[in-house]
Design a protein around this ligand. Sequence first.
Ligand code: AMP
Length: 270
Amino acid sequence: MKILLRNNDLNEALSFSSNVGFVPTMGSLHKGHISLIKRSLNYCNKTIVSIFVNPKQFNNKSDYKRYPRNLKKDLKILKKLNVNFVYTPNKKQIYNSRNKIKIQLTKKDKILCAKYRKGHFEGVIDVMIRLTKILKPTRIFMGEKDFQQLFLVKKFIESNFKSKIIPCKTIRDKNKLALSSRNLLLNKKDLIKAGKISKELISFKKKLSKKNFTNKIIRLKKNELEKFYGINIEYLEVRNEKNLKLSKKIKNSRIFLAYYLNDIRLIDNF
Ligand code: AMP
């Protein structure tokens, strides 16, 4: 496994391979990331994993500061997996001043997290464009856990580059909580609570699939969860998976959830 710190090292390392798989991450790797990496190792000749906590996608400075970082442990995991390259650039390498990128989301895109985290996806798309330009991967593996991110990045990247975005299923722990680096910021009690909330929404979706439902049913569920678990829900919405439009049918739709547990923001979709 080669650790690449500079962009020059990259050109040399990637020039000989035609089928490069890329897994962009912010580190603190868990089994969710590992599933993406294994998929890339299976499909591609070479796999490159990036670890970069991207300051531009944090709309809150303290969130950026406290984001978990575990580079040493991450490198151990990646070595064991037999990843070919790890790219761990610094801010300067990614954001060199000559390249300014202006991302504009459409009004239609300003829903779910784009509505509540101003500038977040502009930051994500910006860094993904920069990384794609540098690495020129054949395939980019991304998780459905961050469904709106996957949706927007696919739209921007596939219309501007040859790289294909490959969606990968959400990996959950035994309590059905979606794995996330942010879970490291939760205490044991909150981890259990978050698992219960996930289970509840999985069974709620099953019940919805048996009938047409109204906005009122979703609103009532939101209130019920907030009261019972003492959480603050930012959104609980059912949207179509293909276009993210609000939906009244559960077929081809997902339930999207964002909430705060104490002051930790969690997102998921079911
Ligand atoms: P992050 O390090 O949080 O930016 O995530 C890097 C990639 O891993 C993104 O494409 C995420 O959607 C994906 N990912 C994060 N958590 C999971 C999970 N539990 N299951 C599958 N993919 C995940």
